[in-house]
Design a binder for this molecule. Sequence first.
Ligand SMILES: NC(=O)c1ccc[n+]([C@@H]2O[C@H](COP(=O)([O-])OP(=O)(O)OC[C@H]3O[C@@H](n4cnc5c(N)ncnc54)[C@H](OP(=O)(O)O)[C@@H]3O)[C@@H](O)[C@H]2O)c1
Length: 239
Amino acid sequence: MTKEAQNFTGMRVLVTGGTQGIGQALVSAFAEAGAHVLTCGRSAPPSPLTVAADIATEEGRDALLAAVLHLDGPLDIIIHNAAIQQPLNYASGTAIGDAADKEIAVNLVAPIRLTELLLPHMRHPGGAVCFLTSVLAYRPKTSAPVYCASKAGLRSFALALRHQLAPQGIRVVEIVPPLVGTAMTGGRGRGKISPEKAARAVLAGLARGEPQIVIGKARTALLLDRWAPRLLARLMANQ
Ligand SMILES: NC(=O)c1ccc[n+]([C@@H]2O[C@H](COP(=O)([O-])OP(=O)(O)OC[C@H]3O[C@@H](n4cnc5c(N)ncnc54)[C@H](OP(=O)(O)O)[C@@H]3O)[C@@H](O)[C@H]2O)c1
């Protein structure tokens, strides 16, 4: 176990969306680092630390809260990871209202509602609430406008929440991954990193107390966004 991983021994961690992808890798990484990890997913085989729950529904969020209340102490870390991404084209003439609602419900409304539900059960001082945003929260791509909007909204929520929770000693952390090889990115993009590598970077950033964990090539993208925004906008227009 690395020195950084030792920081998580005995901690209670909740990762939403741990059935695959980055969430699953985070669950494994925290468990290997000695944490008690609670997770959820619509397709999760239920167990004491895995809740079969759709966080876009009130029942799903209540089921997650019930599992949190069964832990033998407050949550040290929440990682709002679960999300969906759908290609939606408003120029296509096809009806996409329901798909857009669903995307906003999972990616934006659910983490906001879960934050309210779970905050009373967070360790304070010393807890951390973390949000997986995206480079697309900064600079949207053409093919997934609602996903990009949901991530920009989530980032904005996280930044305001950071100010509100600072007096209680609860950190709010933004995590910005690069392109990671998961079901969400299947069939597109090159130069993806593995979910395990992304998870290791998250644990290392948390152990160092970083308020914003920007991983790998996402750093270059955010630099471009700052210093060459028109170039990044052109690149994203083709995505
Ligand atoms: N992959 C990338 O390149 C990339 C880049 C930047 C940011 N991100 C962000 O990183 C996070 C993880 O992405 P990923 O690529 O690992 O995605 P993924 O492989 O598609 O996994 C998504 C996870 O979320 C769960 N989930 C989806 N809808 C849910 C719902 N309604 N209720 C409960 N769980 C739900 C899924 O489980 P079930 O299907 O079982 O419900 C699954 O475990 C997301 O927030 C994504 O936006 C990813």
